[in-house]
Ligand binder design. Sequence first.
Ligand code: HEM
Length: 196
Amino acid sequence: MITTSTPSLWRGHVLPFALLLGLLAAAALGGDYLLHRLNLVWVGRYLGIPGTLLIIGSLYYSLRKRHWVAAGDPKTLLKAHEFAAWLGSLLVLIHAGIHFNSILPWLATVAMSINVVSGLVGKFLLKTARGHVQGERERFQLRGLSLPEVEQAVFWDAVALGAMAQWRKLHIPIFIAFAVLALGHIVSIFLFWGWA
Ligand code: HEM
């Protein structure tokens, strides 16, 4: 029988991906629940500010990656980018809470969430999955399968890989949509100072 996945792929990549995403959702729900229980909903309003600052700070990595700035080790900065973007998104999710008054900040929140998922897909899944499919191709070739047979054997893995690669490409355009929507929300809050 042909097996297409290895335990290490799951343990090393799919599991941490699911854990980090699950932890984000659980911490956001738990944080919002606590603020409501303790009558501290107003604190959540202010969490939008450190959340936004952390997300802006996380962009330093993108500047470094494109050589627009020179200081800092790219590997360390990537770790800092992932951590700051994750924590910033958590604060913004708690900030958004379960209040539904206006559509603009919710669109920003949806864009931000898609962004976090696409970043995590890039981090944990894409590179390994690419190597995995290539490894499978080589294994089938060594077994003497013809090229069309190899392509047929890895067909579904290749389809999944293609979908993941598209997903990763969303990271920058969705980030721009998020930035525009979030800016609209922040400017309107500061213009009208609608904290109440
Ligand atoms: C400097 C940063 C920010 C400030 C000062 C801020 C401020 C506020 C304030 C005062 C409210 C309450 C408005 C009301 O009750 O009508 C609010 C709600 C909200 N904010 Fe922010 N915010 C910031 C960043 C963000 C970001 C980056 C996002 C999303 C990515 C976001 C998403 C939301 C959502 C979803 C709500 C609830 C909207 C609703 O009631 O329907 N905020 N924000």
